[in-house]
Design a protein around this ligand. Structure first.
Ligand code: NA7
Length: 544
């Protein structure tokens, strides 16, 4: 970075124009009246939904909950087409929001932030982009997404492959033509499970390479009617209120009964009803303890295994698909449409790469320890360097030139998952250590954006120059995040929540598992106490 001070000055720079960055811009510019700019790598708004264009890409949260709640008219005027929105529909929604609030004017597209350094001499963030921009800003706010840094595993020989390959999170805008092709999909997480049934219908042949069998629950897209979605609008005030004060960002309510307090028949009936209704309700609304008690969890896991055995015609394939090595819900619960049924198709094969790993990608396909597979297209549904990957791509430095990446070498640290100590006036929307990916994202994002916006307003009102998390408050919060996670079943799976999917990444549970409701209360208390846990400096004290 240069030391020349002839740069444009803004109140705030925001990184990313997804759900988070768009709402942050609205708050900063239209509510607080500040000068703010969003830098966005894509050529339009959408964030995750801009990049994830793979076949079958769909949100797992119900459409009427996967939207902003901050503007009543917006909620009333937008009509979703069904239970879960597909990627193009979410993108249309976000585009509509951008038009409605004239957001694009504040967004610089096709521009990637490469560096952000806190200049102690100026008390400003100096931000650089790959387009040559150099900007000074009082606030540096990230809306970079929790699962945006895609990972293509380092498998020997990929450069020799003569076919086409794509990662689900960087899908070509023009789509991929699978007709008449032999396709291999590596990975059976949310993206793989959504893409596999659709690719199977288009391709000549599909081979799925599975490392870990997972639990997936049918979405049942058809169970929501347009009439229901209209009725929802009449109840939106109540629904949004419940959502805001819920653990998982939904209005479903918490189940009260233990799975161990009912007899086998009643338990099966409850699971069956939730299975028929589909989606996250199976995890969230059946029993109070399936996410915390291993024996209770086993009942849900066994129910799903019984469904897999019932659905799959070939017992050997069914056996390969049975998840056994981790509890249900300890990895991100998957929601699917015809996933297991797809393995009954003649043109689909399942290859277990846990026991016979991929050894090499060849010119014509790939080779596992047990066999060779000729492929025209390889789809990497291999996930993301979650929660921290997008931060590590930017050269972020705080006081004394400390690099965020180094601060986080043993795992991410930030007060409330929002403010890393030593990085004044930096805020991370849905950063590691906040509820983020364990809640329905839009309400979680709104909570953070509103907290930041209120904080910035407070700073202006009190003529404060910088706000910086105290190291002690940060340490206490990080301990609390770890302690909360240690009491859950999340610790029993090799998930991306724990960084286990990235070779060499420290094994630390990154999201906050205490619930959005508890987290919101904590943030509100901190704000009411004059932003306890932050060192607040006025201009005079900074200059002294
Ligand atoms: P996920 O959920 O991280 O799934 C990635 C899948 O790819 C999973 O099945 C992995 O197996 C597999 N994988 C990852 N690396 C490898 C290698 N090296 N070899 C073979 N297989 C591999 O990513 P998604 O994109 O599906 O979903 C991300 C989030 O988006 C999801 O959680 C939702 O929040 C939405 P593993 O299970 O690690 O053995």
């Amino acid at each position: 970075m240069t030391t020349d001070t002839s740069r444009e000055e803004l109140d705030a720079v925001v990184v990313g124009a997804g759900f988070a960055g768009m709402y942050m811009l609205y708050q900063l510019r239209d509510v607080l009246g500040l000068s703010a700019r969003v830098f966005e790598a894509g050529d339009d708004v959408g964030g995750t939904w801009y990049w994830n264009r793979y076949p079958g890409a769909r949100c797992d949260s119900e459409s009427y909950l996967y939207c902003y709640s901050f503007d009543k008219d917006l909620a009333q005027e937008w009509t979703w087409s069904g239970k879960y929105p597909e990627q193009p529909e979410i993108l249309r929604y976000l585009s509509h929001v951008a038009d409605r609030f004239d957001l694009r004017r504040g967004i610089q597209f096709e521009t990637r932030v490469t560096a952000a350094h806190f200049r102690e001499d100026l008390n400003r963030w100096e931000i650089e982009t790959d387009q040559g921009d150099r900007v000074l800003a009082r606030y540096f706010i990230t809306g970079v997404g929790c699962i945006s840094a895609g990972q293509v595993p380092e498998i020997e020989g990929l450069e020799n492959f003569e076919g086409e390959w794509h990662h689900t999170g960087a899908w070509p805008h023009e789509g991929v033509d699978f007709a008449g092709k032999r396709v291999g999909v590596i990975g059976t997480g949310s993206s793989g499970v959504q893409a596999i049934p659709v690719i199977a219908r288009q391709a000549d042949h599909l081979t799925v390479f599975q490392r870990t069998p997972q639990y997936t629950v049918p979405a049942r897209h058809g169970t929501v009617t347009p009439e229901f979605l209209e009725e929802v609008k009449e109840q939106y005030d109540e629904i949004f209120e419940k959502t805001r004060f819920s653990a998982g960002g939904t209005p479903y309510g918490e189940p009260e009964r233990s799975a161990l307090d009912v007899d086998d028949e009643e338990r099966r009936d409850i699971y069956e009803a939730a299975w028929e209704e589909g989606g996250f309700r199976f995890l969230l609304t059946t029993f109070s303890d399936i996410r915390i008690d291993r024996r209770a969890n086993d009942t849900a896991a066994e129910f799903i295994r019984s469904k897999i055995r019932e659905t799959i015609d070939d017992p050997e394939t069914a056996e390969k698909l049975l998840p056994r090595d981790h509890p249900f819900g300890s990895k991100r619960t998957l929601i699917d449409t015809n996933y297991y049924e797809t393995y009954n198709r003649d043109n689909v094969d399942l290859v277990d790469i846990r026991h016979a790993p991929i050894e090499e990608i060849t010119a014509n396909g790939l080779r596992t320890r047990d066999g060779e597979y000729d492929l025209d297209v390889i789809v990497f549904a291999t996930g993301y360097d979650g929660m921290t990957g997008a931060f590590n791509k930017i050269d972020i430095r705080g006081r004394g030139g400390e690099r965020l990446k180094e601060k986080w070498a043993e795992g991410p640290r930030a007060y409330l998952g929002l403010s890393p100590a030593g990085f004044p006036n930096m805020f991370m929307i849905t950063g590691p250590g906040s509820p983020s990916v364990l809640s329905n994202m839009p309400p979680t994002i709104e909570q953070h954006v509103e907290y930041i916006s209120d904080f910035v307003a407070y700073m202006r009102e009190h003529d404060l120059e910088t706000a910086e998390a105290e190291a002690g408050a940060e340490a206490e919060w990080v301990d609390h995040v770890n302690q909360t996670a240690s009491e859950t079943l999340y610790m029993l799976a090799d998930s991306w929540y724990l960084g286990a999917n990235i070779p060499g990444k420290p094994r630390v549970f990154m999201p906050y598992a205490g619930g959005l409701d508890v987290y919101r209360e904590k943030c509100d208390e901190i704000a009411a106490a004059g932003y306890e846990g932050y060192v607040l400096r006025s201009r005079e004290s900074v200059e002294a």
